[in-house]
Design a protein around this ligand. Structure first.
Ligand SMILES: C[S@@+](CC[C@H](N)C(=O)[O-])C[C@H]1O[C@@H](n2cnc3c(N)ncnc32)[C@H](O)[C@@H]1O
Length: 424
């Protein structure tokens, strides 16, 4: 068996565009391999009496040609590459023999040793294709290949693997939604941009733990501490983004949740556009959905709530600056999710009740959701104002009003990270 070590497989990238590829067998193996083969632009024929629903959908969409029958000799004529993966051992052997005869590179899912080609574990990140083949003295080791592939792809995606001189540190600004607080809840793209940044301007909310991981040369600026002299705070932040970008830096503006949900993200994007500075926006997981979820509350639930409305409670209902129609909200049957509403919840609950919402409507307040400090306080619309004071609920908190508050009752989630997603 030393043969594998002495004669390792030769890695190669096949350019299959427009070239005939034949797949024998329409099961799980074909289903897994087909998307990458289709992406090459290959002219793909599937020979198989049956196929999985997903493979059938690819045939229906015209991405592959499907001949609904058993393999027969001659199917590999003019074929560049064959994948033999049917449950019919005799057909596999016959197809493999034809491939050998016609000098067609042939992968076999049932017998790697009889194959003339092996499929590596592959992954892609930002224009790089990673292909890993592990061979030992015992033959192939696909699990090891997949594990190595995963480690490489993850490293490239989160930026930890790129050699410093290869990092794509384009000057400009990325407005990155950091998610609700748990550092694992930022997007892959956001995390990679963070790893590539020269300057990070961060809000108080969001995944602050990620800032500790940044290399020492990265300048981390607390947005709340930017001196704003004759500017308003937001203008001072805009100016800081502009100044650093103009100095040729790669700047990440790290925001809590999603940049465009009460995040003033568009104001920053517009200020940058006015200066001709390139700006990328990376969406984030908004606290409005994820924080209730982390506390076991789905914002919708079949048969309970068919809508949810996210509302800012930063100004009281009677305040002339308020743009919210509290009367209309009181008529809705669905879920109300209030952000920035801890201070004004007493006035808000009174307004909702005055406009007809039941005082018995369940309410939950979730403070510092998805972090180690997460806590949930339950109330009703009638007593929520008192409960907030009695329980000393403080911002940041998401307040959920509606029957969905009760649907997840049962065992409390063991912790913020263990909250089980609920399916409708
Ligand atoms: C200025 S808004 C920004 C919202 C953010 N852009 C988002 O999409 O989640 C701040 C409010 O979001 C809510 N919030 C953000 N993170 C939170 C968290 N981890 N736990 C509870 N509430 C949170 C609170 O209502 C807080 O007052």
């Amino acid at each position: 068996m030393a043969e594998y070590d002495e004669h390792p497989a030769y890695p190669v990238g096949l350019r299959l565009n427009g070239r005939r590829v034949v797949i024998v067998g329409g099961g799980q193996v074909a289903q897994r391999r087909l998307p990458a083969l289709i992406a090459t632009g290959a002219d793909i024929t599937l020979v198989s009496p049956s196929a999985t629903a997903s493979v059938e959908a690819m045939a229906d969409a015209g991405e592959i040609r499907w001949e609904r029958r058993r393999y027969q000799d001659g199917d590999l004529t003019d074929t560049w590459y064959a994948l033999v993966a049917s449950s019919d051992a005799a057909a596999n052997d016959a197809a493999s023999a034809e491939a050998e005869r016609t000098r067609t590179w042939c992968v076999r899912s049932d017998d790697a040793e009889a194959a003339t080609a092996w499929t590596p574990a592959t992954g892609r990140s930002e224009g790089i294709t990673i292909a890993v083949l592990t061979t030992t003295s015992h033959g192939r080791d696909p699990r090891h290949s997949a594990a190595v592939r995963d480690a490489i792809v993850e490293g490239l995606r989160d930026g930890t693997l790129a050699a410093p001189h290869h990092r794509t540190r384009a000057p400009g600004v990325a407005l990155v939604g950091g998610g609700p607080g748990d550092p694992d809840l930022i997007t892959v793209r956001g995390r990679r941009l963070l790893a590539e940044a020269d300057v990070v301007i961060a809000d108080r909310l969001g995944p602050r733990d990620l800032l500790d991981e940044l290399p020492p040369h990265v300048e981390v600026i607390d947005a709340a501490k930017i001196p704003y002299g004759r500017y308003m705070a937001q203008e001072a932040i805009n100016q800081a983004l502009i100044d650093h970008a103009k100095a040729g830096k790669s700047v990440v503006r790290l925001k809590g949740g999603d940049p465009f949900v009460f995040g003033r993200g568009m104001e920053e994007a517009q200020a940058l556009a006015a200066e001709g500075i390139a700006c990328t926006v990376v969406p984030g997981i908004s606290s409005s959905i994820s924080v209730p979820g982390a506390a076991g509350i789905p914002v919708t639930h079949r048969g309970v709530a068919h809508e949810f409305t996210v509302v800012s409670g930063h100004v009281a209902p009677e305040d002339p600056r308020s743009l919210v129609d509290w009367k209309a909200l009181a008529q809705l049957r669905g879920t109300l999710v209030l952000l920035m509403a801890v201070d004004k919840i007493g006035a808000i609950s009174r307004a909702l009740i005055a406009h007809g919402k039941s005082p018995e409507t369940p309410v939950a307040l979730v403070q510092e959701g998805t972090t180690a400090a997460q806590r949930r306080v339950d109330a009703t619309l009638a007593d929520v104002g008192e409960r907030v004071v009695a329980e000393d609920v403080r911002p940041p908190a998401v307040i959920v009003i509606g029957e969905v508050v009760g649907v997840g009752t049962g065992p409390e989630p063991a912790g913020p990270l263990d909250a089980e997603p609920l399916e409708g």
